[in-house]
Design a protein around this ligand. Structure first.
Ligand code: SF4
Ligand code: SF4
Length: 320
């Protein structure tokens, strides 16, 4: 049963540019403009009217945008929950500007080993993560560690847990790697099973419904779990509405200050109705869309996701 008949999340791509070039991501290869403040102000007002609650200013590397703090301040003033994920290269420079504006601040980490992490990101950024944690904490921020789990680094989770949760009090978000279009590799089945033991561990966020979906082969076009089109608004750096999701990106429409009416238009709603049913959707495991998909429909996934979300919120409060 559909519980929420409106989009709940906006993935707002501030630029596709990035100062890293991770092996499991191809976004940094795309030429890209930067979003404009004037468009952001208009779009945020529309998003509010459409009922969206959470805005994820993403990229690329979102901190590359010199006006990120202005977008966040505008979003906060309109009552949105804000989220930003960064590779930390620019965080020490921007931390004071961003302080108090990001509700869910995620620092990306792929290894507890400096050289392996830098190798994965193809840039020397491990030390920036360490510095960013201390700086963020000193500013009263509550960053999380976003650990992308691969077949190569799964054995490092325990150490990451001890180092970042037990010693520093941060929540460890486990993000099983996913493949899309021919980019990256999926996590092996045995390792997905292995991750189960982390789903109830204090200080760890890993949605067990999402893990079940992965073990069942991801989204199936015959009976899709994906509600990307109807639960998530995707805005590109050139101010277009992208459908049904960034990764499939089948179509895009210029917003021109009319996000709400564009969203309700027949041409957009036709694409929304096909969410999770496109040929490229078979086997999809893109968690950026599965999490919001599981939040809008009342079923087993919703209950399981609720448990993970409530636990995350409580722990965030306890460890802050
Ligand atoms: S830091 Fe993020 S956006 Fe940049 S290349 Fe890596 S995964 Fe992609
Ligand atoms: S199933 Fe995957 S590829 Fe298809 S619309 Fe959903 S998120 Fe995009």
């Amino acid at each position: 049963m559909r519980l929420i008949n409106r989009p709940v999340l906006c993935n707002y791509y501030v630029t596709y540019r990035c100062n890293a070039s991770c092996s499991f991501c191809d976004i940094w290869e795309k030429p890209s403009p930067y979003i404009q403040l004037e468009d952001v102000v208009k779009n945020l007002k529309s998003l509010r009217k459409m009922g969206v609650r959470v805005v994820d200013f993403t990229g690329g590397e979102p901190l590359l945008h010199p006006e990120l703090h202005l977008f966040l301040a505008e979003a906060k003033s309109l009552g949105f929950i804000t989220t930003v994920t960064t590779n930390c290269l620019l965080y020490p420079k921007r931390a004071h500007q961003l302080a108090g504006l990001v509700d869910m601040l995620h620092f990306s980490l792929d290894s507890v080993d400096e050289s392996l992490h830098n190798q994965s990101r193809k840039v020397e950024c491990f030390s920036f993560v360490q510095r960013s944690i201390d700086l963020a904490r000193s500013l009263g921020e509550k960053p999380d560690i976003l650990f992308t789990v691969t077949d190569a680094n799964i054995w490092e989770i325990q150490e990451a847990y001890e180092r970042f949760h037990c010693q520093k009090g941060l929540i460890l978000i486990l993000n099983p790697i996913f493949a899309y279009q021919s980019v990256g590799n999926d996590l092996g089945k045995n390792n997905l099973q292995e991750l189960r033991k982390w789903t109830k561990k204090p200080g760890v966020y890993l949605n067990s419904a999402f893990l079940d979906l992965r073990l069942a082969g991801g989204n199936h076009v015959s009976n899709p779990v994906c509600r990307a089109g109807s639960s998530t608004i995707v805005i590109s750096p050139d101010n277009k509405l992208v459908l049904p999701c960034y990764h499939l990106g089948l179509d895009s429409f210029p917003i021109q200050g009319e996000l709400e009416s564009l969203w309700k238009s027949e041409k957009v709603q036709e694409l929304v109705a096909l969410e999770g049913r496109h040929p490229g959707c078979e086997g999809c495991t893109i968690n950026c869309y599965m999490e919001p998909s599981m939040a809008v429909e009342l079923n087993k996934n919703w209950w399981m996701s609720l448990g993970s979300t409530v636990r995350y919120s409580l722990e965030k409060w306890v460890y802050s």
